[in-house]
Design a protein around this ligand. Structure first.
Ligand code: ADP
Ligand code: ASP
Ligand code: MG
Length: 407
């Protein structure tokens, strides 16, 4: 007998038939004698609708009320799944974040889980009851409802698995596992049987939304046995594992893309110490996250340009901040582009194998794709390109690194 956490994403609970399908999958594990906790997302599209309502109702944004609204999608699906389970003879009850409780900090919209009191659920599981837990939501220090950022049910599931010391955490979704790239834009993508936590972390943070980045970091920290698989068939999925359990490694394990980027270039800054600190300090003070940065100075003019990327949602805010510090920084102009995407190649073996960057740059050049900003980490190279080339770049790189599934 094992203790299992099953997480079902939005497309897996998209309508009543899908929820009945989920109930059957839960029953299979219960019938096999396992203790089961299920974490569910809202029906697909529901959270988008709630986010739109919360922003369209008025110009004032109260993040606490935003969370009160957007957390409701999961309340619907936990209740429905509990009823569906009861209808097929399974003892089940629903749990909202505050009822467990899943305690978080008070960063509404992107809260971090501090602790989960697993005792009440632990006792019910021992007595054969299935716990149906609302993903994405918790309760803050001031007893207000919080949410964990888009895709946050993955993190709820991993956190519940860690708190309940589950033997497995299975993430059920609309694809059969983690692929070498998003199978929706590259039909030749291959399913990986295993991926290391480190690579998955880089893939997720570079845009592969199959797992929320925080869920991977948490699984890595708590050694959670994590698998991604399909809700719609029984094919074995992808195991997310420690590096030492992967015997042989391709140079590149995957290509990720993030379409929601924007680029800002500040032109004609004085080339002297403290300028970059002034720019990025001002942005950080206002909670604007900067990702990639490139600076090009000219010794002839003693001027420098700085280009950097931010999330597209932060573009206007970032430009306003830069314009406010214009007199202090004495730059010539600022240029903003919302139509850029970040393409990343990821692979642990990059550490030891030269030529990875060369292949990337040559491939993009051969397709006429211009790179605006480049950044690297030990196991990742990312470039910023014009959005219109996203699919072309992903597919060409996929082929260039020998990742295509030709079967
Ligand atoms: P859920 O609603 O189940 O949480 P998501 O939409 O959040 O599902 O994540 C699954 C989606 O992630 C897939 O439909 C796929 O388009 C996308 N995706 C992006 N990159 C990858 C990848 N490398 N492997 C698998 N899926 C990926
Ligand atoms: N329903 C939330 C969202 O759409 C959480 C999740 O699906 O993981 O972001
Ligand atoms: Mg998701």
């Amino acid at each position: 007998m094992a203790r299992i956490v099953q997480k079902f994403g939005g497309t897996s609970v998209a309508d009543l038939d899908c929820i009945r399908n989920v109930a059957r999958r839960v029953k299979t594990e219960v019938d096999a004698g396992h203790e089961v906790a299920v974490v569910v997302s809202a029906m697909s599209g529901a959270t988008n609708q709630l986010v739109d309502w919360a922003s369209d109702i008025g110009s004032l944004h109260d993040a606490r009320e935003y969370d009160t609204v957007v957390a409701t999608g999961e309340q619907v699906t936990v209740g429905l799944l509990a009823i569906a389970l009861q209808n097929i003879g399974i003892d089940a009850r629903s749990w909202l974040g505050w009822q467990i409780p899943i305690r978080s900090d008070n960063v509404h919209g992107a809260a971090r889980i501090d602790s989960i009191d697993g005792w009440a659920i632990h006792d019910r599981l021992k007595n054969g009851q299935v716990a149906v837990i609302a993903g994405f939501q918790g309760i803050g220090p001031d007893s207000r409802i919080t949410t964990f950022g888009r895709g946050g049910s993955d993190t709820s599931a991993v956190a519940v698995a860690a708190a309940l010391q589950a033997d497995r955490c299975d993430i059920y979704t609309d694809v059969e596992g983690v692929f070498t790239t998003d199978p929706r834009i590259a039909p030749k993508a291959k399913k990986l049987s295993r991926i290391t936590f480190e690579e998955m972390l880089e893939m997720a943070s570079s845009g592969a939304k199959v797992l929320q980045t925080r869920s991977v970091a948490m699984a890595m920290r708590h050694n959670v046995n994590l698998q991604v698989r399909s809700s719609f068939n029984d094919i074995t999925g992808t195991l997310v594992v420690n590096e030492d359990s992967v015997v042989e490694q391709e140079t590149i394990s995957g290509i990720a893309y993030s379409p929601d980027e924007a680029k800002i270039t500040i032109i004609g800054l004085p080339d002297k110490p403290g300028i970059a600190a002034g720019v990025f300090g001002a942005l950080a003070d206002q909670q604007v996250n900067v990702d990639m940065i490139v600076q090009s100075a000219s010794s002839a003019t003693k001027k420098t340009d700085i280009s950097f990327s931010v999330g597209r949602d932060d573009l206007k805010k970032a430009v306003d901040i830069i314009n406010k510090i214009e007199t202090d920084l004495e730059f010539e102009s600022v240029d903003a582009s919302p139509n850029v995407a970040k393409i990343s190649v990821v692979g642990t073996a990059m550490r030891t194998q030269p030529g990875v960057a060369k292949t990337m740059f040559e491939t993009l050049a051969s397709k006429g794709v211009n790179m605006h900003v480049i950044s690297t980490s030990e196991i990742k190279i990312s470039v910023l390109i014009d959005s219109e080339y996203t699919e072309l770049a992903v597919r060409s790189l996929h082929t260039a690194y020998g990742l295509d599934n030709d079967s």
